[in-house]
Design a protein around this ligand. Structure first.
Ligand code: ZN
Ligand code: ZN
Length: 297
């Protein structure tokens, strides 16, 4: 069986360990190919993205490792690229609610801004500006997520999810990445406060509309195991979505979104099992420089 992982982090962003330690972990765990995908630099401050001034070192170091480990493992240079749609200038901060610490880009960023890579994982981590005029993180702490949800949308998760999936559609329609990252990650906040039921009609319709957009452009959707091994959650996306993806013949790729070497294949048996249960016989992986379908068995 061919095991690969194209979604990984290191000390260049919020992961632990050097790039070389990730490679050694990948070799120890029997991977045929491994992709580096640190969080891309973003035009404002946050706690987890690579700083823009480190990008050159990242590209140099990954290229050197690719050469050094030739014959042992295939290595690919990527980034987990945020898709930030163009936004109007931030509204002035509301008095007493905090201050704007960094201006939000109005130009937007996305996969097309990183043409030097072998591939990228396109992810949506921000939906809009929060109550302090800063980008609103949808995969940070639930306390902050919920505070913003209550302030901006009066707690209406449907409006927030329409916006979130709308941005994913905008990404695939205007700047399609090879791989769409953790499609339904926002569901993780259901743990802190039950916000929505995935079987609700409006939610199923929202997911369907998004899958149709993805199918049209041919992106791969990753099955991301991080929520499972870190928090005991279901996979991203949930098994019913994976089953629908199979009906639509959307290609999948099993990734761990590892943040340390020992996580590189975490929960992979569960993901392989879920893919097979959904009817998949193959996953699409980057081997010998091109995306190709390989058997799951
Ligand atoms: Zn992510
Ligand atoms: Zn990630």
């Amino acid at each position: 069986m061919i095991i690969t992982n194209y979604h990984s982090h290191s000390h260049y962003c919020d992961g632990k360990g050097s790039l070389e330690q990730q490679v050694q972990g990948a070799i120890a765990q029997g991977l045929r190919a491994f992709g580096f995908s640190s969080h891309c630099p973003v035009p404002f401050e946050n706690q987890w993205s690579m700083k823009a001034e480190r990008l050159d070192d990242y590209l140099r170091e990954t290229a050197a490792l690719k050469e050094k480990y030739k014959g042992q493992i295939e290595l690919y240079i990527g980034l987990e690229v945020d898709f930030l749609p163009e936004t109007p200038p931030p509204a002035p901060p509301q008095l007493g609610r905090g201050e704007i610490t960094a201006p939000f880009s109005s130009a937007g960023i996305g996969p097309k801004d990183f043409p030097m890579l072998d591939y990228c994982v396109g992810s949506v981590h921000y939906v809009e500006l929060n109550q302090f005029g800063q980008p609103w993180e949808i995969d940070g702490s639930s306390v902050e997520f919920l505070a913003c949800l209550d302030t901006l949308y009066d707690g209406n998760i449907q409006v927030a999810l329409e916006k979130y999936y709308g941005i994913i559609r905008q990404m695939v329609e205007t700047d399609a990445p090879p791989v769409v990252g953790h499609l339904d990650k926002i569901k993780m906040h259901n743990e802190a406060r039950p916000l929505f039921d995935e079987s609700e009609e409006w939610y199923v319709a929202l997911v369907e509309e998004t899958l149709q957009a993805i199918k049209k452009v041919g992106c791969i959707v990753e099955i991301n195991t991080r929520g499972n091994y870190k928090r005991g959650l279901e996979l991203y996306p949930s098994p019913w979505i994976i089953a629908r993806m199979n009906q639509l013949q959307i290609p999948i790729c099993i990734n761990s979104d590892s943040h340390r070497p020992e996580e590189i294949t975490a929960s992979f048996p569960l993901a392989f099992e879920a893919a097979r249960a959904a009817g998949y016989t193959h996953q699409r992986v980057l081997l010998e420089g091109k995306w190709q379908d390989v058997e799951l068995n």
